[in-house]
Write a protein that binds this ligand. Structure first.
Ligand code: GRF
Length: 216
């Protein structure tokens, strides 16, 4: 099977994007990063992608009258680049149900918490306020309901006594960079089956790496 033509949608820094670009350099990787698209023309991640020789585009949500018009341009850009798989990586726009349905099973997202806990924003602050001892990140298929959808990969990290949102966030981010490439590999390979909210067959990757929590 040829590599899936994949777009990464970003809004900012793009560190997860960089980890995906890096993984996709391997010729055996089942996804090829064909486009990095931002809704913010000034997103620093665009320059990083360009430096890697990846096609980039900006579709500025501010110049559109509404979500449908914005997504019309987004879809046109994806069509131009013959994209058939999408990774949301710090993309800070909510997508309409019709756009999400169009990409169902072909669009994945990374969230900085162990879903279904801590959907939404400020996950590290909320985890610290609740006193949880484990926190982490999740890669999941995108469904119309925000931060929901079948889970492909998760990683857990310890919450330490002297953590701040920044130190905890940095520990989580390091694991995001590990599990997002793994999850893209799993999802793009077509070896998994979605059964309700479960992703069946996601436990192992091609080279038999098992998805487990890192050691603290
Ligand atoms: C990450 O923490 C990701 O989980 C969240 O937004 C952040 C994006 O960071 N959705 P980056 O742009 O990938 O560096």
């Amino acid at each position: 099977m040829s590599a899936r033509r994949t777009a990464i949608l970003i809004s900012g820094r793009g560190s997860n994007m960089a980890s995906l670009i890096d993984a996709a350099r391997n010729p055996d990787f089942p996804a090829q990063i064909a486009l990095v698209l931002s809704n913010r023309p000034d997103a620093p991640g665009l320059a990083t992608a360009k430096a890697h020789g990846i096609a980039t585009a900006a579709v500025d949500h501010k110049i559109y009258a509404g979500r449908e018009a914005f997504e019309g341009s987004l879809q046109a850009m994806l069509d131009t680049h013959r994209i058939d798989f999408i990774c949301l990586a710090g993309f800070m726009r909510l997508l309409t149900a019709s756009f999400v349905e169009r990409w169902r099973g072909r669009m994945i997202n990374i969230h900085p918490a162990i879903l279904p806990s801590y959907k939404g924003l400020h996950t590290h602050e909320r985890a610290l306020a609740d006193g949880v001892k484990l926190h982490g990140c999740t890669v999941h298929y995108v469904v119309p309901e925000m931060d929901s959808g079948p889970i492909i990969a998760q990683a857990a990290v310890p919450v330490l006594d002297d953590d701040t949102p920044e130190t905890l966030g940095a520990r989580v981010l390091a694991q995001e960079h590990v599990i997002y490439p793994l999850a893209l590999e799993i999802a793009a390979s077509g070896r998994v089956r979605i059964d309700g909210n479960r992703v069946i067959g996601a436990a192992k990757t091609n080279d038999n790496r098992t998805l487990v929590s890192p050691r603290p």
